[in-house]
Write a protein that binds this ligand. Structure first.
Ligand code: TNX
Length: 522
């Protein structure tokens, strides 16, 4: 292993020698805009290594001992790196996330155009320091010359907050984890049949939810870490909780009894576009949501409209997209929303890639899923013809609720290993999960349409934060590698060797991870 950094930097040339951080080593920055990042960085190094670095505003004096310097600007190594592909989640021009880092025996210099790049570079330093050799109170950074830039502008995780509830502190830990892997989108699946986690005025309701103030605080926490929150309100299907809160949404025909793929009897409902109350309620919901999330994108869900006639689905999706545009946001939907037609400024999220199902599935369930999949292939054709941007989340590689197939290396995890992960899917190995490329996800010749990459974690089998982090780790860093990194760079074996070091970071963070026996964890 030449280094432990995930995602692997575009260029990492091991350098001669090493640099010692000792108690009190100064981390200096001339620019006040990066001072808060340096403060947070020093606190994080302290927490992870026990070493107390000193944040310092302004350039070091010429006679001061060697230090770590942050300079604003782009050097030649970085200037040649291509701009990221796809859509920046915060809107506007993509922030400049490029950075270069030189670790030499006499100094460490981090250079980037502004705070976004500085933050990415400091994250690389966190990973280097947290896994570095230590002796007599020093942390020895390995000599290196690094030049780095992201491949995709949109790199995220979709988190199901409806099937499980997490506290704000827990969601902040997820945001910290995204930042640790240079991911910049937290897509929140806030509503579903099981729960409505948004505020809803003084509407009678049951179940836990977040207040507007809670959610605004999360938006701010995420923004400080260069993460944009993209809210999802999933309709017209998956809307049973909204219908319980608003009985006037029942049109007498918008429900169907069905058997879930796992054999449970359930009632699926859909919002009826021919009922005037539907869009009155949706306008109120949208007004609430846009007042909380300042980002330019709004996810309309629109997956799995079970039992809904096609013409009604089409008219619903078109109407809801118009409502989203009317409040100044850009709609994004799961791939099924392509069935309502696509305009050039629409955008979809691809997920139905097909995934190995458990062999025990009854033949008729398997047939239904396969029919859905055949229809889903046409969504990709529709998106290709319309040339709309596509966020790729193929369930075969990006769904982190697929059970693990590698044997567990730690017997104390046997219970969790057998319990979490959706038992509809055949378990897959870490090596298999890692074996894909975003550029190829939509089929040959469509690489340019990929606007970003998202992992998704669905929470049907998740009971608590330990379950969540057990499913996020170790596969989430592998998604970050695909979303940030150079496509030619890492094969599984090489990624695995870097991954092994990250057990240290997760232990420092008190995060549960799956101790796969196929990785030699440090
Ligand atoms: C499909 S992915 C769903 C979710 C489930 C998930 C389980 C998507 C858009 N819809 O409702 O939780 O499968 O993996």
């Amino acid at each position: 292993m030449s280094h432990p950094v995930i995602p692997a930097p575009v260029r990492f040339d091991p350098g001669p020698g090493r640099f010692a951080w000792r108690p009190g080593t100064r981390i200096s920055s001339a620019d006040p805009a990066v001072a808060p990042l340096v403060e947070r960085f020093c606190a994080e190094i302290g927490r992870r290594t026990g070493l107390r670095l000193t944040p310092r505003a302004g350039d070091p004096a010429p006679d001061e001992p060697p230090a770590t310097r942050i300079e604003l600007g782009i050097d030649d190594d970085c200037a040649v790196l291509p701009a990221p592909q796809g859509l920046p989640p915060a809107g506007g021009a993509p922030p400049d996330e490029r950075y270069s880092l030189a670790v030499e025996p006499g100094q460490v210099v981090l250079r980037a155009a502004g705070p976004a790049g500085v933050a990415r570079g400091l994250t690389t330093l966190v990973q280097l320091a947290a896994t570095a050799d230590r002796d007599d109170g020093a942390v020895w950074l390995p000599g290196a010359r690094i030049a780095d830039a992201p491949r995709y502008a949109w790199r995220g995780l979709s988190l199901d907050l409806a099937r499980a509830f997490f506290t704000l502190a827990e969601i902040r830990r997820v945001i910290d984890l995204l930042a640790l892997y240079k991911l910049n989108v937290l897509h929140l699946h806030l509503t579903d049949d099981q729960a409505w986690r948004l505020p809803a005025g003084d509407q009678p309701r049951d179940g836990a939810f977040y207040t507007a103030a809670d959610l605004r605080a999360l938006v701010g926490y995420a923004a400080d870490r260069f993460v944009t929150i993209v809210p999802e309100v999933d309709t017209p299907g998956h809307a049973a909780t909204l219908m319980r809160m608003h009985p006037e949404l029942n049109s007498g025909r918008n429900g169907v009894d069905r058997t879930s793929p796992l054999g449970q009897e359930q009632r699926a409902v859909w919002l009826d576009p021919e009922l005037p109350a539907t869009f009155t309620v949706m306008e109120e919901v949208l007004a609430e949501v846009v007042g909380i999330f300042p980002g330019p994108f709004f996810h309309i869900g629109s997956d799995e409209p079970w039992g809904m006639p096609r013409d009604l689905y089409v008219s619903y999706v078109r109407r809801v997209r118009d409502l989203v545009r009317a409040v100044g946001k850009r709609p994004l939907g799961w791939q099924e929303s392509a069935r309502a037609g696509l305009r050039p400024d629409d955008m979809i999220q691809y997920w139905l890639s097909g995934v190995a199902l458990v062999p025990s599935l009854p033949a008729e369930v398997r047939a239904t899923i396969e029919a859905d999949l055949a229809e889903a292939r046409r969504d990709v054709e529709t998106a290709a013809e319309a040339r709309v941007p596509v966020i790729v989340s193929p369930q075969s590689h990006c769904y982190l609720d697929v059970p693990y197939a590698d044997p567990p290396g730690d017997p104390t995890q046997a219970g969790r290993y057998g319990r979490v992960g959706l038992r509809l899917y055949s378990p897959v190995t870490l090596a298999h999960s890692f074996g894909w490329q975003p550029a190829g996800a939509l089929g040959p010749g469509r690489a340019a349409q990929v606007a970003g990459v998202e992992a998704a974690i669905w929470a049907e089998t998740i009971a608590d934060f330990g379950d969540l982090s057990f499913l996020l780790l170790p596969r989430l860093p592998g998604i970050a590698e695909k979303a940030w990194g150079d496509p030619r760079a890492a094969g599984w074996n090489e990624h695995r060797d870097r991954l092994a070091w990250h057990a240290r970071l997760w232990a420092q963070d008190g995060l549960e991870y799956f101790h796969a026996a196929t990785v030699s964890w440090h």
